[in-house]
Design a protein around this ligand. Structure first.
Ligand SMILES: *[C@@H]1O[C@H](CO)[C@@H](O)[C@H](O)[C@H]1NC(C)=O
Ligand SMILES: *[C@@H]1O[C@H](CO)[C@@H](O)[C@H](O)[C@H]1NC(C)=O
Ligand SMILES: *[C@@H]1O[C@H](CO)[C@@H](O)[C@H](O)[C@H]1NC(C)=O
Ligand SMILES: *[C@@H]1O[C@H](CO)[C@@H](O)[C@H](O)[C@H]1NC(C)=O
Ligand SMILES: *[C@@H]1O[C@H](CO)[C@@H](O)[C@H](O)[C@H]1NC(C)=O
Ligand SMILES: *[C@@H]1O[C@H](CO)[C@@H](O)[C@H](O)[C@H]1NC(C)=O
Length: 879
């Protein structure tokens, strides 16, 4: 398959490339290093990026990286011209106040967010003088979590350009000895595989990843803009099957407990499955698939129950039954017939599940309740607190409740709280093509209980993290950290008491093989303790209310500040050279309800500007843009009024209020038709043309009569960004349908849904689905559909990257660049296009043909004038 990305910059594409990535030519990342050190499963990673401004003028240089969501940033610094600028971690309220004050002074605020299952985005920028350099250095820390018998250290590399000095260094030191180590992830494939060196000697392992500039352009997810992907280091340590490993240093200890040579405990598991109307379609299909796989994996001595619910409750059997082949066949049959319909009675469903488990207590078994839902409770008891209290009473600490929130319509915080109150955890299931695998993956984590009622005891220890665990599963790990009272190692005695099947067992180590580390002092064990304590306090805070909640919050805040962790309670304030904005970086809370979906999980950057940030050429004729909050308001007057052509198709006399926000956004109509502003490049002119189209409307984007290929798009009726759906018709029977969430390929009767990273074909068309970009190629045509996000809403933007060579293509994307000259300035500015004159006004337009949109000036005119033909020629009725 042709994978080379040919970027041909044609002079006259509509929605075209105004330049390559913003600033790419202006500055150069000459060095990019990622250095990760892991000891006792605690990873400290430092990203160092060195950038030079090669221009004769000062430039704003951006530092933009992705880090694991479970990590806490602990340090950020910039080195500019011999000066060091340190980020300072402050209480969120305090930072927020700085920000709010800035906003109330009418200064702007930027907002950045990112999606990804495991990553968060960190972004900041600084202005660097001509021919000067800047070094960015970001440190983050995380405790590796063992699942499925391994740890995974995820390193995301996306320097935004090929970098001549690019290095990833990973050093792992585990006293217990490393049992295996592998390297996975998109960056470990193809040409890049040769750039990896792996060394493993007993307790130490090193992974070096030094790709050359050429290799950085050659991997699956790489392009001229360099690498974009993950390197995942997978490893595990040797196990002694006893008390596990205890590491001590400077008066703190961390205990890793993960025995695996125990017999499995038979389990009683009840699956409570939401089949409400919102599960319709792919979700219910995937749920059925996952359930059938899970049922296949049950052991004969397991007992199980299956409940589905909408507004009503459906039992497969009213009581738990043994997982013998007859029952499993019947259950699979039931599972494969689950249909989505109706409302959502979570309360009754969970209570029924709890009842089944309570009615069926078996000595020497482990009970587990699993709830899968994709929405809010809408029938029966709907008050969230009442549901939580009912569920807590029904379960009474006897078994854990795991809540799986499917997609982004769920109130994840509610599920999380309910799980934590019942010794479980909540997990998000991403509404993607692999959701069935996610469900199954979660089940496998809890599929093999080895111990119940685990109590970790530390005589001579204090300030301990959580010590009681209701169940321990094979492949996982229990981690406890704490202080050793008076740093007295002599009296410090760890012990674990637990129940294995019917036996009570005690793990202790009379020989005291506890490693007492290093002659050199190492504060890392203390940081592990702090990390774990803060995480657990944040979980606890979620479950509490009133003064207790405040107390726990205060404790978590104090520790976050002491250890300089950016947590949901703190923010990092990045002070910059004089006269520049101050960035305030907030870590978002997972599970925080967001009005939009998917929720933003990036660090939002709140800018507190003190100087002008964006340069606007002061061309005569551009309106004065007034600040209003952090948005900029402009009044559009309807068509017909002198000097101001209104948006196309806006009924005469109906005014539309249009918001233009300076940083990232464009038009936002309130209680008025939704406007979409298009950019039309102009030949030999720096200022492009622009015109407005009112949604919802369906437009012909590209039609190739000689090749049976047509691309149509539907402008959104709700958001103001761009297209909500784009359909590609390859032949009568083959169609690719793209919306903001997934790609659907229809080939005759076969319908396939894609999301995530996929490579698919329909007839002569190849479609590559990436994170926020869908590449469509056929013959000599190449098109990219970028998924943009604005105010939490996603929309699509098509860009023709390579125009078909034969010139008979039609459609909005095929319109040639405009050729205009200015014929009149004040009082009414006029341009001459071909032989027609048109009134124009200076406005702003966002060029969405890049993943990071660029805002620029444009000459606004009617669509008919800009396109040199009636817009109606592009309007179609059928997608
Ligand atoms: C990586 O960081 C560790 C710990 O800070 C340091 O000892 C080591 O020299 C660094 N490695 C590189 C290649 O910079
Ligand atoms: C637990 O996992 C280990 C490997 O990770 C395996 O050898 C062992 O058999 C498992 N125990 C049970 C009871 O399944
Ligand atoms: C640790 O425990 C001691 C008492 O055992 C207490 O005085 C101290 O404040 C605790 N430290 C922290 C950080 O909680
Ligand atoms: C932990 O479990 C032990 C024994 O089951 C119990 O005595 C103790 O109170 C529990 N501790 C907490 C914090 O729940
Ligand atoms: C303790 O030491 C004795 C003798 O050195 C040895 O036989 C035994 O296996 C050790 N026990 C543990 C749990 O390491
Ligand atoms: C644009 O500029 C190029 C080079 O200066 C020239 O060849 C071309 O004719 C110009 N096009 C128009 C429409 O003026």
């Amino acid at each position: 398959m042709e994978r080379t990305v040919v970027q041909i910059t044609l002079f006259g594409l509509l929605l075209s490339l105004a330049s390559t990535l913003p600033n790419k030519d202006d500055w150069d990342i000459y060095s990019f290093h990622i250095n990760s050190t892991v000891t006792s499963r605690y990873a400290t990673t430092v990203i160092t990026s060195r950038v030079a401004n090669r221009m004769d003028e000062s430039k704003e240089i951006e530092f933009h990286v992705r880090i694991p969501r479970n990590a806490f940033i602990s340090k950020f610094r910039m080195f500019i011209d011999g000066q060091v600028y340190d980020g300072v971690v402050k209480a969120k309220e305090q930072a927020q106040q700085q920000y709010t004050e800035a906003v109330s002074r009418g200064e702007s605020a930027g907002l950045v967010s990112s999606v990804g299952r495991t990553l968060e985005e960190f972004k900041t920028s600084v202005t660097v003088a001509a021919h000067k350099k800047v070094t960015f250095e970001l440190t983050y820390e995380e405790l590796m979590k063992r699942t499925h018998g391994k740890y995974e250290l995820q390193i995301h590399a996306r320097p935004m350009q090929p970098v001549s000095d690019f290095k990833v260094d990973v050093h792992i030191h585990e006293e217990a000895g490393i049992s295996f180590i592998n390297v996975k992830g998109g960056l470990s494939t193809k040409a890049l595989a040769n750039a990896i060196t792996k060394t493993h000697i007993d307790k130490e392992a090193w992974v070096y990843f030094y790709p050359t500039v050429d290799q950085q352009k050659m991997c699956d997810s790489c392009s001229d803009q360099g690498m974009n992907g993950d390197l995942v280091i997978v490893y595990d340590v040797n196990r002694d099957n006893g008390l596990g490993h205890i590491k001590k240093s400077d008066g703190y200890f961390v205990h890793h407990f993960a025995p695996s040579d125990l017999p499995r405990i038979p389990k009683n598991v009840v699956f409570v499955i939401d089949q409400s109307g919102s599960m319709r379609g792919r979700k219910i299909l995937q749920t059925r698939t996952a359930l059938i796989h899970i049922l296949n994996d049950l052991a004969e001595d397991d007992h199980f129950g299956l409940i589905t619910f909408d507004g009503n409750i459906f039992h497969w059997k009213r009581e738990l039954v043994q997982a013998n082949s007859k029952n499993l066949e019947s259950a699979k049959n039931f599972a494969s017939n689950i249909q989505a319909r109706g409302s959502t009675d979570i309360n009754e469903a969970v209570l029924q599940g709890a009842r089944m488990l309570n009615d069926h207590s078996r000595e020497g078994s482990a009970s587990i309740l699993i709830l899968l839902t994709d929405g809010d409770p809408t029938s029966g008891v709907t008050n969230l607190e009442n549901i939580q209290s009912n569920v807590r009473q029904a379960i009474a600490g006897k078994f854990p409740l795991y809540c799986l929130g499917f997609g982004f319509d769920v109130d994840f915080k509610f599920l999380e709280k309910m799980s934590l109150q019942n010794n479980g955890v909540a997990r998000r299931i991403y509404d993607d093509s692999d959701a069935d695998l996610q469900l199954k993956g979660f089940y496998e984590e809890v599929a093999t209980p080895l111990l119940t009622d685990v109590t970790m005891i530390y005589v001579g220890g204090t300030n301990l993290t959580q010590t009681n665990f209701s169940q321990y599963y094979n492949g996982s790990e229990i981690v406890v950290a704490g202080e050793i009272t008076d740093n007295n190692i002599e009296t410090f005695t760890p012990q674990v008491v637990a129940i294995s099947s019917n036996r009570r067992i005690i793990f202790s180590n009379p020989n005291e093989t506890v490693e007492s580390t290093q002659t050199v002092s190492d504060d890392r064990i203390q940081r592990v303790w702090a990390y774990l304590t803060v995480k657990q306090l944040l979980d606890k805070e979620l479950q509490l209310s009133g003064p207790e909640k405040e107390k726990v919050k205060k404790e978590a805040l104090e520790l976050s500040l002491k250890y300089s962790f950016v947590t949901p309670l703190t923010s990092m304030v990045v002070t910059k050279p004089l006269g520049e904005t101050t960035d305030v970086l907030h870590k978002p809370k997972e599970g925080e309800r967001s009005q939009t979906r998917p929720p933003s999980r990036g660090y939002s950057i709140l800018r507190q500007p003190t100087g002008a940030r964006r340069l606007r050429p002061d061309l005569p004729g551009f309106p004065n843009v007034h600040s209003f909050g952090h948005q900029v308001m402009q009044q559009h007057t309807p068509k017909g009024e002198r000097g101001r052509p209104g948006p196309v198709g806006l009924p005469d006399g109906q005014p539309a209020v249009v918001h233009l926000s300076p940083d990232t956004t464009t038009l936002e109509a309130i209680n008025a038709p939704v406007l979409h502003r298009f950019l039309l490049k102009a030949e030999n002119q720096t200022v492009p043309l622009c015109f407005d189209v009112i949604g919802p409307v369906r437009l012909k984007l590209l039609h190739h009569p000689s090749r049976e290929l047509s691309v149509n798009g539907e402008l959104d009726s709700v958001t103001n960004g761009g297209f909500s759906r784009i359909f590609i018709h390859v032949s009568d029977s083959q169609h690719v349908e793209i919306d903001t969430n997934w790609v659907t390929v229809r080939d005759g009767q076969t319908v396939t849904y894609y999301t995530g990273q996929d490579h698919l074909t329909a007839g002569s068309v190849t479609v590559i689905v990436r994170n926020n970009e869908i590449d469509v190629a056929t013959g000599d045509m190449r098109m990219v559909i970028i998924v943009h996000k604005k105010n939490g809403q996603k929309f699509l933007w098509p860009v023709l990257r390579q125009r078909p060579l034969d010139n008979n293509a039609e459609g909005l994307l095929a319109v040639e660049a405009a050729v205009y000259e200015e014929v009149q300035q004040a009082p009414v500015r006029k341009l001459k296009i071909k032989n027609q004159e048109a009134d124009v006004t200076g406005e702003m337009v966002v060029d969405y043909s890049f993943t990071s949109p660029v805002t620029m000036n444009c000459w606004l005119m009617s669509a008919d004038s800009a396109l040199q033909r009636p817009l109606s020629q592009f309007v179609i009725t059928q997608l």
